[in-house]
Design a protein around this ligand. Sequence first.
Ligand code: ADP
Ligand code: MG
Length: 356
Amino acid sequence: MLFDPRPKSRREEIFDREKELNSLLKGMEEYPITVLIGIRRVGKSSLLRVTLNEFDGLGLYLDARRLYASGGGMISPAVLVDEIRKILLGKGRFGFLSGIKLESVNLAGIKIKPKETTIIDIFELLNGLGEKFGRVVLAFDEAQYLRFYGPRGGKDLLAGMAYAYDSLPNLGFVFTGSEVGLLHDFIGIDDYSSPLFGRVYEEVEVKPFPRELSEAFLREGFEEVGLKVPEGEIKRAVDELDGIPGWLVEFGFNYWKSGSFERAMERTVERARAMIREELLELEKRSPRYSLILRAIAMGLSRWREVKDYVEAKSGPITNARLSALLKNLEKMGWVRKENGEYRIIDPLVEKILKG
Ligand code: ADP
Ligand code: MG
């Protein structure tokens, strides 16, 4: 069902995205590294899961953000190794890897005993599985959080990936990221000090639906649940929510449950408020000034100088360099966009909530 608010994992559950799915699939099949980018709630995780299901080889899904949160703000190498082992064992149980006892069989010249296994051992094992079962893909959702892997900003993991890139042809990686700039910084293809410097990768971007498609999406969703909704309301919904599937689904679901445009929109904003509050709290842990800056921009203070005046009025002096760094980060994290010297909040619902 299109209006099911949970992340989707089967092809028939998602609307459109044919082109993106095919590019991502091609990336999984042919490239050592594929990067899937897009703003929050645009449908990356859903597309990734759907594509992993369509993928002919063996695909492993890992949520880097969840690993980071459950590790109390870090991802320990042992935990990552263990997570991959668990997924493999789970797949073994469901028959994907029938005939292979992962605890004992030595596939690529190594035994996976939990304690002494390194990430390189695991990559070699996966490559070995790839030889037998077709390609293996390790997919890291919200991969910018991998910068909290180990003590060196994730460099050890990147070094392992660079080794895999050069020497393990049956193993590929997919990285998704909402914080697009941070993800690119982490992977460091353009950074000579990064282990992955200069490597080739495939990039797929998931964008919000354009107007026409957003309306078509709502129409199809309503038809699916047998609801007749006036065209005018569909247009108004897209005016307020833009083409961000996460919000359109939330709205459609709430309309279906409540039967009223007004109530559906209210509940959607309520839900969004709760989600965005969480995200802002996380931002504030990095710097308490982030929300002040976002609030200023949401209120229409779009020029650098105006933002600075607002922030200083609220929380005291800030150096130009510091403010510029924070603004740059907000761009990298996908909160704001800079156009012709003016800052804008990317997601209209985020803007509305910050204002109110
Ligand atoms: P992201 O990972 O980019 O933040 P998600 O994949 O979690 O986005 O999508 C947010 C919500 O929007 C999901 O719970 C899912 O139900 C819905 N969704 C996203 N893309 C689509 C789509 N193409 N068709 C139907 N629902 C979608
Ligand atoms: Mg996601």
